[in-house]
Design a protein around this ligand. Structure first.
Ligand SMILES: [Zn+2]
Length: 367
């Protein structure tokens, strides 16, 4: 850590003296000043076991905090390093007390549960939190877990994750994150200051919703088929549902495939949830569903397929929009008719016995 307490004063390791005694602002245990030619000055607990400070804090983390403090200080607002909140027993990497904003520079792995806990803690003291990811995260591809923990949303940039490379002193923004036939795609922008970030947002023309060509859908199906054969598929429950309905997952109607890229509300599982919903709607003897039935199905769908997001609050709106878009698509293709209080099944979408038959009817997808 970079900050320790000397009597009642907080002192930055940079300005600390070896002759003084310092304690951790969190647990009040003694800390030692560590200073070396190759190292960033910092404090370490003498005995460890502190609940509020992570030990073995990497040099990348220390450097990032110092760099981010400089960048944020441009706004002429006081920026506090490692602000300790007594009421929630949490220490924030950086804190803009006036605007009630916290910036966490996350370099080490963190579980969804732990992240949610910390995030909720800051919400309890009425602070907004921005999680910025450190260098170790730059090596990882974007996956469901990362999107759900660190994904944020902006009307122009779409879903994005923000990184700070503390070795090259620059932000890396992976934005316009979309799912396209079971894979994530994103665009990357680099900037160095808050001004550049504002300019980027101002000039950006959103372009992330594009159509998905048939060959990418076919690749997804082939990948899924291989996963099924190897028993590696991550949708065993859906596979069983299809099996019980005597249907081949791979042979699902073309209407299940999204024709355009999707915002990652359901992670990489757009195809799965659409197949699941199709079975719920069309694979029962009933020919109409009350809106209340539909709502119950919707709630099940959310439980099964929607990703949890720690940092975005508008998610329920997105979930509903994607759900209703699909229902409308089914109506548009004449499979059902929608009334204000019910939904009537007109005809059932055709399932194919296998991939070959399905590819023989690819016109269905293209129409
Ligand atoms: Zn401590």
């Amino acid at each position: 850590m970079l900050i320790a307490q000397d009597e009642n004063k907080l002192v930055e390791a940079n300005h600390a003296s070896r002759n003084n005694q310092y304690v951790c602002p969190g647990c009040q245990q003694k800390v030692i000043l560590k200073r070396g030619l190759q190292k960033i000055s910092h404090f370490a607990h003498r005995w460890g076991g502190c609940q509020t400070a992570s030990e073995n804090e990497s040099q990348i983390h220390l450097a990032g905090k110092i760099a981010l403090k400089k960048i944020l200080a441009v706004s002429k607002q006081p920026v506090q390093l490692e602000h300790y909140f007594i009421s929630i027993k949490q220490r924030a990497d950086l804190c803009l007390t006036k605007q009630q904003i916290i910036v966490e520079y996350q370099c080490s792995p963190i579980s969804l549960q732990r992240l949610q806990q910390r995030h909720n803690g800051y919400k309890m003291v009425n602070y907004q939190v921005y999680w910025i990811l450190g260098n170790p995260y730059l090596k990882h591809r974007i996956d469901d877990s990362l999107v759900s923990k660190f994904g944020r949303y902006h009307s122009k940039l779409g879903f994005y994750i923000l990184y700070y490379d503390s070795m090259a002193n620059r932000f890396i923004l992976r934005h316009s994150i979309v799912e396209k036939a079971g894979k994530y795609y994103w665009q990357q922008s680099v900037f160095k200051s808050l001004q550049e970030w504002q300019k980027l947002i101002k000039d950006w023309q959103p372009n992330y919703l594009t159509t998905i060509p048939l060959n990418q859908q076919v690749q997804q199906l082939k990948r899924m088929q291989q996963q099924i054969v190897r028993g590696q598929i991550n949708c065993k429950e859906l596979l069983t549902t299809c099996y019980l309905a005597r249907k081949n997952l791979i042979g699902c109607p073309w209407i299940c495939h999204c024709k355009s890229t999707q915002i990652p509300i359901y992670g990489k599982k757009s195809l799965q949830w659409r197949i699941w919903l199709l079975i719920q709607l069309f694979d029962s003897p009933r020919s109409n569903l009350k809106i209340t039935d539909l709502k119950a199905i919707y709630n099940q769908l959310i439980n099964k397929y929607a990703l949890d997001f720690v940092q975005i609050e508008v998610i329920p709106d997105f979930q509903r929009i994607l759900f209703w878009n699909y229902i409308k698509e089914l109506a548009q293709f004449g499979y059902l008719r929608l009334f204000y209080d019910k939904l009537i099944i007109i005809r059932k979408p055709v399932w194919y016995p296998d991939l070959e038959h399905k590819l023989g009817c690819e016109k269905e997808y293209l129409k």
